[in-house]
Every structure is written in structure tokens, then in C-alpha cells.
Write a protein that binds this ligand. Structure first.
Ligand SMILES: Cc1cc2nc3c(=O)[nH]c(=O)nc-3n(C[C@H](O)[C@H](O)[C@H](O)COP(=O)(O)OP(=O)(O)OC[C@H]3O[C@@H](n4cnc5c(N)ncnc54)[C@H](O)[C@@H]3O)c2cc1C
Length: 391
């Protein structure tokens, strides 16, 4: 049965949901409050579970083509002493799909093209919604207009206002204790081998360089710096280089080169927050999806991938329920709430260990890394990936 579906938010969650729902035969309209979609942040690693969803929706090959070749993974200490280095190929072989690190702008534009620009209205915020007597929802917009729909998909991101309407209670974001600065930088071998994901760790801080550009003529790294800091520290772009040079003084040569080379004007700075796992991801005629449903620390690289999984599962739930929206939403909730809640918690724990919430645990992790041959790290990734809806 064809439904009218209104998707709020044209981020990677809302757009993947729109694509999955269109392909399932529904009439989908997407709304975003911004006039120009400019994703915040440099890049994203779409791990194999996310890529599998994108491939099932027909955009995965283009994403793979536009993404970097990340073949090996390495950790070093702050002086540059190698802790561990291993090939990711065994992981890719086992899960049947490589990871795709890609610029956010490219991912967004591939998804937008697939959904069709005509189906996306920009510069119009959804301000509220209420269920109607006849079944369905009336959505209200910032220009005073309203629209009727059978189902509203709330994909309005980590600061979501609409999820509170669906859940009937406020949801507070929690600060994870650190700040992330991320940026794209031309990839050169004096920073890191071009197909390695390299991370330097020490003092509860981290520097990461991940191969990201799919074009061998213009290789780029997706780079980030993590520093534990109190909430609400000043954000002054013109001071980023000075500030980060102070935090990473004395670190290895490649880190110093990176500090010299990044463009502060192209850098994003994010105080990392998550939300407590939600007990339910649905309201009446409403599905909560993506960061609105499970804003998480980025330490597992799973926020966007889980949004893609949400999208796939929601579309399949509607297929199976044959137009019974309440039944489909129940199935969506049963399939997703526990999985994403567990990943939110694991990401939080990973963030705490990496960033020194308990210094002894961070010290123990550094020691583990020195004894790691890749099998433990890849076992964790494999579990997350294979737990997804497409295995
Ligand atoms: C530093 C960092 C690194 C990350 N790395 C990774 C990674 O490697 N891999 C990974 O999978 N994930 C990663 N993530 C997580 C990932 O970025 C998010 O999970 C993902 O962007 C969430 O997408 P979304 O569509 O749910 O929300 P968003 O991208 O936030 O999109 C929400 C959209 O809703 C719109 N909106 C908001 N309110 C309204 C309204 N009232 N009406 C209409 N529109 C509205 C906004 O304008 C926005 O366009 C990372 C996150 C961070 C912070």
C-alpha cells in the first residue's frame, strides 16, 4: 500500500530514509530548515554495514568509487613509536564489504541526487506536528503552512525538537568530555602512508589521519584532533592552530606537519555529545531516526551508519506490515531500539577510555594497543557490522 511520508531533515539519515521509502513505493517529501545543505564536518567513514545499505539502495557503488582506499590501520604513541599496525583486509573479507571514508559533501550530494532535488524542500522548518482524528499526522511549518501525512519520519538530528513531541518528554544531550577538530588535508607520505588509517594517541588525546579521497590525482586525508576539555570552552577559529599546537607540543613529526598544514577556515570544531539510549524510537504515526534517535559519540564511527540501517529497517517494516503503520512502527522499534542503544553505550565507553575519563583505563588501553595484532580491534568491528540488518 502506498503511503504519504513526510521526512523532516535532509541529512544522511533523512535522505537515506527517503530513498528507501521511495523505492518501497511510497510518496515521500523531505523538508530541511536550511536553505543550503552544507554538512558540518570534513568527512565520514561509512563502515561496511552502512555501505551495504547504500548498495542495496543503488548508491553504494558511487559512494565506493568516491571514497578513499583504507587498507591498513595503525596506532602510534605520541612520540611516533608504532604500537600496532595491521591489514583491514581480513575484516573486509569476513564481512563482505570494505569501509568507505568519504567527504560529507560528496555523500550528501549523491544521496540528494538519488532522492531527487524535486522531492526535497529547503529553507522550511517543521515546527510541530499532531495526530489527526482520521489517522495520520498534521505537520506544521515555519511559514505557517501545514501538511497532512500518513507517517512522519523525524530525522532532524541530535538537537531534535520533534522527538520530544513524539516521546512526550524532553531529551537532554550529554557532553562526552572532549572536543573534536576535523579537517581535510592533502595526503602526502610524509604525513602517513596513503592507504593507512593512522592514529597517534597519548595524554588522553588523539590525532587521526584517514585516507578519504577516491581520486588518486588528489588524495586527501580526513584528519581530526581530539582533546579532553571542559564544556563551553571558547571556539575561536583564528586560534585553532595556536591552540592545537599547544595541546600537541612535542608530538611526532607527522603531527607537527599536520599542525602546520591544515586550513583553520575549513576546520570544524565539535564539542562531542550523545543522548542516553531512548526506550522507544516511535510515537503515534512517527518514527525517530538517525541522530535524533541515537546521537552518539563518534568513537565507533557508527552514527551515520546506524541512521542508514534505521532507514532500511523502517522501509522493510512498512513492506511487511502491508500499510498498517502502527504495526510497522512497532516492528521498527523492536528491531532498532535495543541495537542502537547498545551502540550508543559502547561508543560512550570507547570515548571515555580514549579520552581519559578514568586515567588507569586509558593507560591500560595504551598497553593493550602495544600488544594488539589487530584481531581484537577487528573482532569488535565485525560484531558491529554483522549485527546490522544486512548481516
Ligand atoms: C566528529 C564526528 C565524526 C563522525 N564520524 C562518523 C563516522 O566516521 N561514521 C559514521 O557513521 N558517523 C559518524 N559521525 C556521526 C554522523 O555524523 C551522524 O550520525 C550523522 O550525520 C547523523 O545524520 P542525521 O541525518 O541523523 O542528522 P543531521 O546530519 O544532523 O541532519 C539533520 C538535518 O535536519 C535538519 N533539521 C533540523 N531541525 C529541523 C526542522 N525543525 N525542520 C526541518 N529540518 C530540520 C538540519 O538542518 C539537518 O540538515 C560523526 C559525528 C561527528 C560529530
Amino acid at each position: 500500500m502506498t503511503l504519504n511520508v513526510l521526512v523532516v531533515g535532509a541529512g544522511m539519515g533523512g535522505l537515506t530514509a527517503a530513498l528507501a521509502l521511495q523505492q518501497a513505493g511510497h510518496r515521500v517529501e523531505v523538508f530541511d530548515r536550511v536553505a543550503n545543505l552544507r554538512p558540518v564536518g570534513a568527512a565520514i567513514s561509512v563502515w561496511s554495514n552502512g555501505v551495504k545499505v547504500l548498495k542495496a539502495l543503488g548508491v553504494g557503488d558511487a559512494v565506493e568509487q568516491a571514497s578513499g582506499r583504507m587498507n591498513e590501520m595503525a596506532y602510534l604513541d605520541k612520540s611516533g613509536k608504532p604500537l600496532t599496525r595491521f591489514s583491514l583486509q581480513p575484516l573486509y573479507d569476513e564481512v563482505g564489504q570494505r569501509a568507505c571514508p568519504i567527504t560529507r559533501a560528496t555523500l550528501q550530494s549523491l544521496l540528494l541526487d538519488a532522492v531527487g532535488q524535486d522531492n526535497v524542500t529547503l529553507g522550511l522548518a517543521c515546527t510541530d506536528f499532531e495526530t489527526t482524528d482520521g489517522g495520520g499526522v498534521t505537520a506544521e511549518f515555519s511559514d505557517g503552512s501545514t501538511r497532512q501525512t500518513d507517517l512522519i519520519v523525524i530525522a532532524d538530528g541530535t538537537h531534535s525538537k520533534l522527538r520530544e513531541r513524539a516521546l512526550g518528554r524532553p531529551v537532554r544531550r550529554r557532553y562526552c568530555g572532549y572536543v573534536n577538530w576535523n579537517v581535510r588535508v592533502a595526503a602526502t607520505p610524509d604525513l602517513a602512508p596513503l592507504d593507512h588509517w593512522v592514529q597517534y594517541v597519548g595524554d588522553h588525546q588523539r590525532v587521526s589521519m584517514m585516507p578519504m579521497s577516491g581520486d588518486p590525482a588528489t588524495p586527501e586525508f580526513y584528519c581530526f584532533f581530539d582533546v579532553p576539555l571542559p564544556a563551553d570552552t571558547p571556539n575561536v577559529p583564528s586560534s585553532y592552530r595556536k591552540e592545537l599546537s599547544r595541546h600537541f607540543a612535542g608530538w611526532a613529526e607527522p603531527v607537527q606537519r599536520l599542525l602546520d598544514r591544515f586550513d583553520p577556515a575549513a576546520m570544524a570544531r565539535v564539542e562531542i555529545h550523545d543522548i542516553e539510549p531512548l526506550e522507544t524510537l516511535i510515537g503515534e504515526h512517527a518514527a525517530i531516526l538517525g541522530d535524533a534517535a541515537h546521537g552518539m559519540a563518534p568513537d565507533l564511527g557508527q552514527g551515520g551508519c546506524q541512521a542508514m540501517e534505521d532507514a532500511w529497517v523502517l522501509a522493510r517494516a512498512l513492506d511487511s506490515a502491508g500499510g498498517d503503520v502502527a504495526k510497522a512502527l512497532k516492528a521498527y522499534d523492536e528491531a532498532r531500539a535495543e541495537r542502537v542503544g547498545e551502540i550508543v553505550s559502547r561508543a560512550r565507553k570507547r570515548a571515555e577510555t580514549t579520552h581519559g575519563a578514568e586515567p588507569a583505563a586509558t593507560r591500560a588501553w595504551y598497553a593493550e594497543l602495544a600488544a594488539e595484532d589487530g584481531s581484537h580491534i577487528m573482532a569488535g568491528m565485525r560484531k558491529t557490522i554483522l549485527g546490522g540488518p544486512l548481516g
